[in-house]
Design a protein around this ligand. Structure first.
Ligand code: GUN
Length: 283
């Protein structure tokens, strides 16, 4: 079994983005990312801090908008509209989840699709569906990079995705399909989920349940990708896969932390660079 080092793969993506950013700056363009966070969710605060740090590493301009949890929909909408018109900002990201009284769909729909570096806007989601896209969905695209880093060919492989969220499960299935895998999407209501998982050459788990995937759900020699960010019974950070239980059954596995997480952020940097290029008519 080999551990897929997400930090390493992520660092090489960021190094490439940084080099391209330097070229852009010579042409008078500095990629700019606006990150909006509403309320005081502690996990979100860590994610946002890491996104800002990555911007700095890549040489981007970044601006954080930390809004109080009492923020109204109108105030949030107005900020997005303002950022849509701000020339120094190429990418707009609204960290999810939002406090309950706010509608995330409404905000996502307001983000100008050419600044939608999360690729959450319906226009970008539609483009992902037909395989014609400018912005990659960050987490799924990062996972494709991690699978590529193993050197294992994806074509014709059986890929099983556990989880059907709009952020991970659904776009993940689509990207694996574009890579010519044979894809099955499973979820909390799937019958015989264990059997389905155990048939996978590539198993991507994004169900949000600590240590959900056990040894009997993993095929011998499979690649296992763990998108989970959970807490175990002792409050310790862990993934959706019981790492210790399955590790010697798979060929490659991502750890938590240090697997998928860093890739999501480097793909966000890649999208922000792309956004800056598109908005300045640079190839
Ligand atoms: N919350 C969890 N993951 C993400 C993400 O990729 N983007 C945003 N905006 N919020 C998230």
């Amino acid at each position: 079994m080999q551990i897929i080092n997400g930090k390493e793969v992520s660092a090489s993506v960021k190094a490439q983005v940084k080099a391209e950013c330097e070229q852009l700056k010579k042409q008078g363009v500095t990629p700019g990312l606006a990150v909006i966070i509403v309320g005081d969710d502690s996990a979100s605060q860590v994610y946002v801090r890491n996104k800002e740090k990555a911007c700095e590493e890549c040489g981007f301009y970044s601006k954080k908008y930390a809004l109080p949890k009492e923020t109204t929909q109108e105030e949030l909408n107005n900020l997005v509209k303002e950022l849509n018109n701000d020339k120094s900002i190429n990418g707009i990201l609204c960290q999810l989840p939002l406090p309950e009284h706010l509608d995330d769909k409404e905000v996502i729909n307001l983000i100008d699709p050419i600044k939608d570096v999360d690729a959450f806007h319906p226009e970008n989601v539609g483009k992902i569906m037909i395989g014609d896209y400018s912005f990659l969905p960050c987490t799924p695209a990062g996972i494709i990079e991690l699978i590529r880093s193993t050197g294992v060919d994806i074509i014709g492989k059986k890929a099983v995705v556990i989880g059907r969220s709009n952020i991970v499960g659904k776009p993940m299935a689509m990207l694996l399909l574009h890579e010519n895998a044979t894809v099955e999407i499973t979820h909390s209501r799937t019958k015989n989920l264990e059997e389905a998982a155990a048939s996978a050459d590539i198993l991507v788990v994004a169900i949000g349940k600590a240590k959900f995937v056990k040894r009997n759900m993993v095929k011998e020699g499979a690649i296992v990708i763990d998108v989970g960010m959970d807490r175990d019974e002792n409050g310790k950070l862990c993934g959706d896969v019981d790492f210790e239980d399955v590790k010697d059954k798979c060929s490659f596995i991502t750890p938590v932390p240090g697997g998928v997480g860093p890739m999501t952020i480097s793909m966000l940097m890649k999208n922000t660079l792309t956004a800056a290029k598109i908005q300045n008519n640079i190839d």
